[in-house]
Design a protein around this ligand. Structure first.
Ligand SMILES: C[C@@H](c1ccc(Cl)cc1)n1cnc(-c2ccccc2)c1-c1c(C(=O)NCCN2CCN(C3CCCCC3)CC2)[nH]c2cc(Cl)ccc12
Length: 100
């Protein structure tokens, strides 16, 4: 999985620039600045889910994002962290690779 994600978004070394809607979500989770590594994007998205309490308290791998900006971005109302494919699709559309 990681390999496919890496191929989409370049290596960890290459920073990416999130589109405004995704950048706003990362900033809500405490991110600073405009460019991040993939690892940072994933970390802050995880923090966002925690801060906004979007995960299911009973089944903690289920994320309910239907009433949240994250759901707008993903175009879905619920997903499992065990199947990140909707996430990869969203990141492909919302992250610009920066090639110097
Ligand atoms: C392996 C990793 C992951 C990472 C990427 C992907 Cl595409 C799937 C899965 N992961 C495993 N569970 C989570 C998770 C689950 C519920 C709430 C928040 C995070 C995550 C996610 C992280 C993260 O950076 N995770 C650090 C450790 N997590 C362990 C779970 N922890 C739990 C603490 C108790 C409540 C439930 C979460 C939070 C910190 N970033 C994410 C961003 C999104 Cl869009 C979706 C999920 C995650």
């Amino acid at each position: 999985k990681d390999a496919s994600l890496q191929s989409i978004l370049g290596s960890e070394a290459n920073p990416v620039r999130p589109q405004p809607a995704l950048l706003k979500i990362l900033h809500t989770a405490g991110a600073k600045g405009e460019t991040f590594t993939l690892k940072q994007v994933m970390h802050y998205l995880g923090q966002y889910i925690m801060v906004k309490q979007l995960y299911d308290k009973q089944q903690q791998h289920i994320v309910h994002c239907g009433t949240d900006e994250l759901g707008e971005l993903l175009g879905i109302t619920t997903f499992s962290v065990k199947d990140p494919s909707p996430l990869y699709e969203m990141l492909k559309k919302n992250l610009y690779r920066i090639s110097y």
